[in-house]
Each structure stands twice: as C-alpha cells, then as structure tokens.
Design a protein. Structure first.
Length: 157
C-alpha cells in the first residue's frame, strides 16, 4: 500500500485576491516556547494569509460584549488568490480565562496549534531575556527567591 502525499488545495483563479479570509486556525501556547518561530514559518507558506500583526489578542479582550460578539474584524486580508487560510498567533489564548471557550463559539472547527516547553527551561529563558533587557535585574537564584508569585491567580473566574 502506498501513501499518497497530501494534495495542495485547488485555488479558484476567479477568487478575488482582496476578499478577507476568516481566521481558521490559532497558534496558542506558553511564552518562550517557539511560538514566534512557528508563526514565522507558517506565514512563509504561500497558502497562509498575513495579517497586520502577529498576535491579534481578540479572544482575550474581556471588555468586549461576548454575549453578542462582533467577529467582522476577525479576518485577514487575502493578498493573492493562492492564500486560502488565515491564522491568529496569540499564545495567551491557552491560559487566558474564557479565551478557548470564546474561540469555540466563534468556530467549533477552528484548528489549534499548541506549543509548550519544559517549565524550568522556560523560566530560565524568561529570566535570560529580562536580565538582558533590564539593568540591575537580579541573578537567577535571587530572582526565584524574590518572586512572590502574586500574579498567579488562585482561581479561574
């Protein structure tokens, strides 16, 4: 039995290049887990439309009326007829309260790409970034000892 490679979707040449594409997949995950690298490679694919910015931060906006959401702006411009899909690359959706639920209501068939990383390696990578960016940032052991973890919620609303 031979396995056939997945075929490239057929593009209708009459399709308007300027027609906006609804967002059909999202890259979610944790910070410092290669989400920017994954987005970079996905956006280089000829069938993936590129939006104005990488992270849309649509489903983590608690001030929106989620009982009656307006999805009209949750699209991406199609610049060529070959572009068939559009994505949102907002890692925070994975842990933002209600974001995944909101995404499911938007489109139950929406595809998710989740990126994770070993928590200790992730913490060290975060420290390296902060240490390089902020003069006087404490050494790693001192930063861990000083952290009171006040920003970690004790319950989900």
């Amino acid at each position: 039995m031979s396995v056939q490679p997945e075929r490239t979707p057929t593009v209708d040449p009459s399709t308007e290049a300027s027609e906006p594409l609804p967002i059909s997949f999202a890259l979610v995950g944790v910070q410092k887990a290669a989400t920017s690298t994954i987005a970079f490679y996905l956006l280089r694919h000829r069938h993936v439309a590129r939006g104005e910015r990488k992270e849309r931060h649509f489903f983590d906006k608690d001030f929106l009326d989620w009982a009656n959401p307006d999805y009209s702006a949750y699209t991406c411009p199609r610049r060529t007829p070959r572009q068939l899909v559009a994505g949102d690359y907002t890692p925070a959706y994975l842990f933002w309260p209600r974001a995944l639920e909101r995404m499911h209501r938007y489109d139950p068939e929406m595809k998710l790409i989740a990126s994770f990383r070993d928590p200790i390696e992730r913490a060290f990578s975060q420290w390296q970034m902060d240490y390089a960016r902020h003069e006087g940032f404490p050494q790693f052991a001192q930063a861990i000892a000083q952290d009171t973890f006040e920003t970690v919620p004790d319950r989900i609303p």
